[in-house]
Design a protein around this ligand. Structure first.
Ligand SMILES: [Zn+2]
Length: 319
């Protein structure tokens, strides 16, 4: 059974507060790990959540507003001090590479491991990472500076052999991989056995889409549809809709509209303005439009298993 796990390191926008940190999430999908955005304090949050720094091989930065990347250089510096040797992949706006390099050179700092930088495309959907188990795309959002969302998808697994069929038809083990990939099987009398008689379909691959910071994107469903989890920023409530539009952010109601448009199964709201001491208003606003929604919070863990596919949410206290 495959598994998706999202740990919320920071869920706030702009200003860090004592228990609210700017954007950062740690995603595990099919045993691959991704750090998504890296606001100030991310390395402290990683420690609080007991996430080993050695698990960080991919860091994705959506855009160059400080509340999404001010934690990156301190984290790279710590990885160096921890004697990291293996390479790290950083995905972000082109200027992020210059920013890292000039910061390091002006402060006479050195990073003792290779950084592979992958620039984001702000015009179109782009495959930025792929291996045998997962693929990751970026896609353009609509913010006051170039900004990308990210789509993480498991790859389809092979079909599963039905119980007892190998023995029933005397299928040699060498033929099983091709049958799992959809081939039919000819039995000893030359009779062709349809693949559907022999195998069951695999569970649909798990998927997660991350959309921050952005105005509602009217064609978001061109980039993805039917994801298990959609994280969408909800910086404001409808009361401040105009402010949301001026700053190119979304309201909770607009985020819910995006979940509907993309036929997402579950919506996570985040990136809240610190002006709202009571976040429940944001949830109420979104839930009136899209029922399956939750507010994210520092210390929250959201897990989805390929079996029942229902998000399991737990909350660890952030010290
Ligand atoms: Zn921003």
């Amino acid at each position: 059974m495959s598994h998706l796990k999202l740990i919320i390191l920071g869920a706030s926008s702009a200003i860090p507060l004592s228990h609210r940190y700017p954007s950062a999430q740690f995603l595990s999908l099919a045993n691959r790990h991704f750090l998504i955005d890296c606001g100030e304090g991310t390395q402290i949050r990683l420690r609080q959540e007991n996430i080993g720094f050695g698990r960080i091989d991919h860091i994705l930065v959506s855009h160059l507003h400080g509340d999404h990347f001010f934690g990156l250089i301190p984290l790279l510096s710590t990885l160096h001090l921890l004697d990291r040797r293996k390479p790290i992949k950083i995905y972000g706006p082109k200027a992020l590479k210059e920013l890292i390099n000039s910061h390091l050179s002006l402060s006479n700092a050195r990073i003792g491991f290779p950084i592979e930088f992958i620039p984001l495309d702000f015009e179109r959907k782009q495959l930025i990472f792929e291996d045998s188990g997962v693929k990751v795309h970026s896609f353009p959002l609509n913010h006051s500076v170039p900004c990308c969302g990210f789509l993480f998808e498991e790859k389809s697994s092979p079909r599963k052999m039905k119980k007892g069929k190998i023995a029933e038809y005397g299928i040699p083990f060498s033929e099983i991989p091709s049958i799992k990939n959809g081939a039919a099987w000819a039995d000893q009398f030359g009779k062709l056995i349809d693949n559907h008689e022999l195998t069951d379909p695999p569970p649909p691959p798990l998927s997660y889409a991350y959309c921050t910071d952005t105005k509602p994107v009217n064609h978001l469903d061109r980039y993805f549809k039917g994801v298990d989890l959609l994280y969408h920023e909800a910086t404001f409530t409808e009361e401040h809709r105009e402010r949301a539009s001026q700053t190119q952010h979304s309201t909770a109601a607009q985020a819910a509209g995006m979940a509907k448009l993309t036929e997402s199964k579950h919506l996570l709201l985040g990136h809240f303005s610190t002006r709202y001491p009571k976040l429940s208003d944001l949830k109420e606003e979104a839930a009136a439009i899209f029922k399956n929604c939750d507010l994210v919070k520092e210390g929250m863990r959201i897990e989805v298993f390929s079996g029942d596919r229902l998000p399991k949410i737990s909350l660890a206290e952030v010290r």
